[in-house]
Design a binder for this molecule. Structure first.
Ligand SMILES: NC(=O)c1ccc[n+]([C@@H]2O[C@H](COP(=O)([O-])OP(=O)(O)OC[C@H]3O[C@@H](n4cnc5c(N)ncnc54)[C@H](O)[C@@H]3O)[C@@H](O)[C@H]2O)c1
Ligand SMILES: O=C(O)C[C@@H](O)C(=O)O
Ligand SMILES: [K+]
Ligand SMILES: [Mn+2]
Length: 355
């Protein structure tokens, strides 16, 4: 029996509700199928923790987290207590950077039983590979002067190393899928970093001659996600472009509450981190309304990461079995609670294991 040691970081708001739900589902899946067991150690790091301790995580947090095989995170942020840039950089982005989680993999596909807001959606199934360590998310810059004269400077940072890394990952993923890659650019307006991004794309493309690659400006690309999502296979983007594209990706699926993501350390040096695309949703937190599917699908990505692809597929099938049956939270047109959806997914897993 393999036992996988995981750190659970529920964080804030609905993060707490959906992590609880996904842990429950994962235990049910492991019990039903055998061979693997998941052991969770839960850490309370969050905005509430910040209010009490003056920091999002204790000083030795990274050393503590390093001992685990993977991190399972809900969401971070409670702007009523802590400014968003403090909470995000104090936890989520700190972990992404210090653990060299260079790529953020975010699939989007049409799900059974979930209506897309698109009027005429064809089936779509694509993956956005988001650069996860630099780009527009940078601490380089500052603010000077006050009042009328105030200046804020925020520099984007693009290194050849990180750009090549995310592109190689995207090309390799495209090779495993349908060999079509779209690279998000904006080289018409952003005159240094984006022509650089395009040059690196072209150079890396020579290593993957079987992949059909094209570049689209991010503005047009965001619109294509709405007008023709079925044409995409793998999309690679800088940190901010990927962030925005993946909210569009989840919107066309039907809700941000169902979109998963995997922050991967490609070298295996540090634990990878699995978390849904959505945030802490303060508007619905604590009411039992949160959709747990994003977090549960994130657990499927974690199963794939550990080589349990079959279990991962079983889990995704159980999710779609339940959405198809109409047991859904409010954000996707249902009336069920977080708990009811969770129980339904567990029942579907148990039923499938019996046949
Ligand atoms: N990765 C993360 O931890 C992460 C991601 C995004 C935002 N945030 C933080 O979360 C806070 C809120 O940010 P926001 O409002 O921009 O984004 P959000 O994703 O929290 O919410 C956007 C909208 O989606 C809905 N929503 C989100 N998750 C849902 C779920 N599971 N089920 C049903 N509906 C859901 C919310 O109710 C809201 O209407 C901020 O503090 C922000 O910094 C954190
Ligand atoms: O990366 C961010 O900006 C935080 C959040 O919006 C996310 O998509 O993970
Ligand atoms: K999240
Ligand atoms: Mn985001």
């Amino acid at each position: 029996m393999r036992k996988i040691e995981l750190a659970a970081l529920p964080g804030d708001g609905v993060g707490i509700e959906v992590v609880e739900s996904a842990k429950d589902v994962l235990h049910t899946l492991a019990d039903a199928h055998g061979g693997v067991e998941f052991s969770f150690t839960t850490f309370p790091w969050s905005c509430d923790y910040y209010v009490e301790h003056g920091e999002m995580m204790p000083k030795d947090a990274m050393n503590t987290l390093k001992q685990f095989e993977a991190l399972f995170l809900g969401a971070v942020g409670n702007p009523a207590l802590v400014p968003d840039h403090i909470s995000l950089w104090g936890m989520l982005i700190k972990i992404r950077r210090e653990f060299e989680l260079s790529v953020n993999v975010r699939p989007a596909k049409r799900m059974k039983g979930i209506a897309s807001p698109l009027a005429n959606p064809k089936d779509f199934d694509f993956v956005v590979v988001r650069e996860n360590s630099e780009g527009e998310y940078s601490e380089v810059g500052g603010r000077i002067h006050q009042g009328e004269n105030e200046v804020a400077i925020q520099n984007a940072v693009f290194t050849r190393r990180a750009t090549e890394k995310v592109l190689r990952y995207a090309f390799q993923l495209a090779e495993k899928r349908n060999s079509r890659l779209v690279s998000a650019t904006k080289s018409n307006g952003i005159v240094h970093s984006m022509p650089f991004w395009d040059e690196v794309t072209k150079a890396v493309a020579t290593e993957y001659p079987h992949v059909n690659v094209q570049s689209n400006h991010i503005d047009a690309l965001a619109a294509f996600f709405v007008t023709k999502p079925s044409e995409f296979d793998v999309v690679v983007a800088s940190n901010l472009f990927g962030d925005i594209l993946t909210d569009v990706g989840s919107a066309i699926m039907g809700s941000i509450g169902i979109a998963p993501s995997a922050n991967i350390n490609l070298e295996g040096r540090y634990p990878s981190m699995f978390e849904p695309v959505h945030g802490s949703a303060p508007d619905i937190a604590g009411k039992g309304l949160a959709n747990p599917i994003g977090q549960i699908w994130t657990a499927k990505m974690m199963l794939d990461h550990f080589g349990y692809d079959e279990l991962g597929q079983t889990l995704l099938d159980a999710i779609e079995d339940v959405t198809e049956s109409g047991i859904k939270t409010r954000d996707i047109g249902g009336t069920s609670t977080t708990k009811e959806v969770t129980e339904a997914i567990k029942s579907s897993i148990l039923q499938a294991a019996r046949v």
